[in-house]
Design a protein around this ligand. Structure first.
Ligand SMILES: NC(=O)c1ccc[n+]([C@@H]2O[C@H](COP(=O)([O-])OP(=O)(O)OC[C@H]3O[C@@H](n4cnc5c(N)ncnc54)[C@H](OP(=O)(O)O)[C@@H]3O)[C@@H](O)[C@H]2O)c1
Length: 214
């Protein structure tokens, strides 16, 4: 099995890399600016083209779109959330996911059980909408919506798409008071990705296997 993980240099991406590797799975990790990883800046179409060229003809069984940012923590409704923060966040969390899937679709189609895992968030949910973090929430909702629509389009082509909330995880993004460790999150996500199939395509699930409300 061949897995590719974006943003594999730290946080949940790095833990996923380790968790898959511990199962004997071959992992291609990408990072925007780190030795030992395949280079991928997810906002840059040229970077996607270069990665696709480098991996041409190589099957990918599971693509994990993990890279993400959350810059609007602590912004205030009255004078925060500047337009350039919206643009940058959507470029990574929304467009970045689409460009990654588009660039690596030929590789996925070479697999006999291709899967795409989009790491979204519970903050994507419209049902659970407690307010605040407007940019991050909207960008993760975009990733959820993208995953749902990709699931419909890719089902006839045999590619399953799952969208996941990884838990509130102790990383640079999640902070030190978050609920679970990166290893707990990664272990659960590996199990979810393992279980993902055409029969469950379009699912929105938590790391520990519960269906999440849309
Ligand atoms: N932690 C949580 O509690 C939590 C909860 C829900 C969802 N999530 C989601 O889980 C995913 C991983 O989060 P995390 O907590 O591991 O975050 P993190 O520790 O901040 O790591 C984020 C990763 O994304 C990469 N990245 C950011 N912008 C990029 C870009 N433009 N191109 C390529 N890579 C880029 C980072 O690379 P650099 O090192 O180069 O910056 C890093 O590898 C994210 O999608 C996040 O939204 C996290």
């Amino acid at each position: 099995m061949q897995v590719l993980i974006t943003g594999a240099n730290r946080g949940i991406g790095a833990a996923l890399d380790n968790a898959f590797a511990a199962r004997g799975v071959s992992v291609l990790g990408t990072a925007r600016d780190h030795r030992n990883y395949l280079p991928l800046e997810v906002t840059d179409p040229a970077s996607h083209s270069a990665l696709a060229e480098r991996l041409k003809g190589q099957a990918i069984d599971a693509l994990v779109c993990n890279a993400g940012i959350y810059p609007d923590k602590g912004q205030t409704l009255d004078d925060g959330y500047p337009a350039d923060m919206w643009a940058q966040t959507f470029a990574v969390n929304g467009t970045g996911v689409f460009l990654t899937v588009q660039a690596l679709l030929p590789n996925l189609l070479l697999s006999d059980k291709p899967r795409i895992a989009i790491i979204s968030s519970q903050m994507a949910s419209q049902t659970r909408a407690p307010g605040g973090s407007y940019i991050y929430r909207a960008s993760k909702a975009a990733a959820l919506n993208l995953g749902r629509n990709l699931a419909a389009d890719l089902k006839p082509r045999g590619v399953a798409v799952g969208i996941y909330h990884p838990g509130w995880v102790r990383t640079d993004m999640g902070g030190s008071t978050a609920d679970i460790t990166v290893d707990e999150a990664a272990q659960g996500l590996v199990e979810r990705i393992d279980a993902l199939s055409i029969g469950t395509t379009g699912c929105f699930e938590t790391w520990d296997g519960r269906a999440h409300p849309y």
